[in-house]
Design a protein around this ligand. Structure first.
Ligand SMILES: Nc1nc2c(c(=O)[nH]1)N[C@H]1C(S)=C(S)[C@@H](COP(=O)(O)O)O[C@H]1N2
Ligand SMILES: [Mo]
Length: 423
């Protein structure tokens, strides 16, 4: 594409016309290169001089080696070790909305355990008519549902409260993944056990040493919570809770208990470590907010961004990113190239669906001018993603969790981008 624009930069309209008459545009490009014979076209290449690999060379396929930098990464100084730690999804290099399990962020409190299906047990006890224990096979016999949902750690973007800190969308916004889950509604299992009228909460815990116990109001448990055993069509990976995890749509990742082993029906919240000393937000006035389960609407431009600089010349530029809301569907995303002074509506790749990622694009003409790129999401409740200063007015700077502010990338004339703060 770059070469065809050499010398003469076509207008956006000319480019679009060109791509509608697709073959014409392609011929035009090769004509521009024709002065120098291109050995990639004129010479027989190595890959055409022999045979490729047979089927079964890789019984379970991996990404091609040329994409081996599209991986989860951690930030070493964030945690003391990798056992109680977190890594980040390479969102700067992905497109679409589904996160492959192999590069979806991991958050463990006591490491990722290996639990065989045969050894799996799920107990429902507490305020129920009949305490029950399910095996994996038992779960497979209940009617299943399938939904796409995002899972975002409440600490996502948490390092950015005081100012721009981490240089890359992977690190500022990569504690998120979005998968298609198959599972049984928790409601079905609770109804099987028979919740007693005093039962108002559930307490859920995992089989790992940390147990990661969390309380969830019964209303939510009976609404859209899933006991999931497949993600993106295949078994959950070990690191995402194999063989069974809880999916708590729209609510903070910490509640999505992995290696789910027990659901206790209780009269009130247990107030466990994970919901008191952790996952609580200190406010501007020094008090703390209790129960901040829902992940508010948020978005980020994934490219261009610090790890995904503009490498092509001037002319057409695809700006893309993702948006999500724990309160429902994304209804619109605006993009600014001037740090929030003016906004243009982005194009949603598909209409937003509830509590799932939405991909957006803005196709612009870029002629080397500096940009302060921002995106701003809106959800079906009418809520609009706030600026950092709007958020700080209420929340101060002592928070870690629930930072859903507008992100800014400073894109320079050479196409490189940097995390900066425009609040
Ligand atoms: N049993 C158990 N469940 C857990 C955790 C854990 O350490 N143990 N971590 C929680 C946290 S804090 C998050 S953000 C999500 C992360 O899910 P993932 O590792 O699949 O990305 O799992 C949650 N569920
Ligand atoms: Mo988390």
């Amino acid at each position: 594409m770059t070469a065809s624009f050499k010398g003469k930069v076509p207008s956006r309209r000319a480019f679009l016309k060109g791509s509608i008459a697709a073959s014409g545009a392609v011929l035009g490009a090769s004509a521009a290169r024709a002065a120098e014979p291109d050995p990639l076209i004129t010479e027989v290449q190595e890959w055409a001089s022999g045979l490729g690999e047979g089927v079964d060379a890789t019984p379970y396929g991996l990404p091609i080696k040329y994409e081996d930098d599209v991986i989860r990464r951690n930030v070493e100084w964030l945690t003391a070790d990798t056992i109680s730690s977190i890594n980040f999804t390479p969102i700067h290099a992905l497109d679409g909305t589904i996160t492959p399990q192999g590069c979806a962020f991991e958050r463990h409190h006591s490491g990722a355990i290996e639990l065989r299906k045969e050894d799996y047990r799920l107990m429902i006890n507490g305020l129920v008519d009949t305490p029950l224990v399910f095996t994996y096979e038992d779960l497979e016999r209940f009617p299943r549902e399938q939904h796409v949902y995002f899972c975002e750690c409440a600490a996502n973007t948490g390092m950015e409260w005081a100012g721009a800190q981490l240089n890359g969308a992977q690190f500022t916004h990569g504690m998120i993944h979005n998968m298609e889950y198959t599972g049984v509604p928790l409601r079905t299992l609770l109804n099987e056990a028979g919740v007693q009228t005093e039962g108002k909460w559930i307490y859920v815990e995992g089989a790992d040493a940390s147990s990661n116990g969390r309380s969830i109001p019964l209303d939510k448990a009976m609404d859209d919570v899933l006991v999931a055993f497949k993600a993106n069509g295949e078994a959950l990976r070990k690191e995402h809770g194999y063989p069974v995890r809880l999916v708590v749509p729209g609510w903070e990742g910490n509640m999505w208990v992995k290696w789910l082993r027990r659901v206790e029906v209780t009269t009130q919240a247990i107030e466990s470590r994970e919901e008191t000393s952790k996952y609580t937000d200190t406010l501007e006035d020094g008090t703390s907010r209790k129960w901040t389960w829902v992940m508010d609407a948020k978005s980020v431009v994934t490219s261009p961004s610090p790890q995904s600089p503009i490498k092509h010349g001037h002319g057409p530029l695809v700006v893309t990113g993702m948006a999500w809301s724990g309160r429902g569907a994304i209804t619109g995303v605006d993009v600014s190239t001037d740090g929030g002074m003016t906004w243009q509506p982005a194009r949603l790749a598909a209409p937003g669906t509830s509590k799932a990622l939405t991909r957006f694009y803005l196709d612009i003409e870029w002629n080397g001018e500096e940009m302060f790129l921002q995106s701003r999401a809106r959800d079906e409740t009418g809520y609009v993603q706030p600026t950092k200063s709007e958020l700080r007015e209420v929340r101060g700077e002592n928070s870690i969790y629930h930072n859903n502010c507008i992100q800014t990338w400073w894109v320079k004339a050479n196409g490189e981008a940097e995390n900066v703060e425009v609040s």
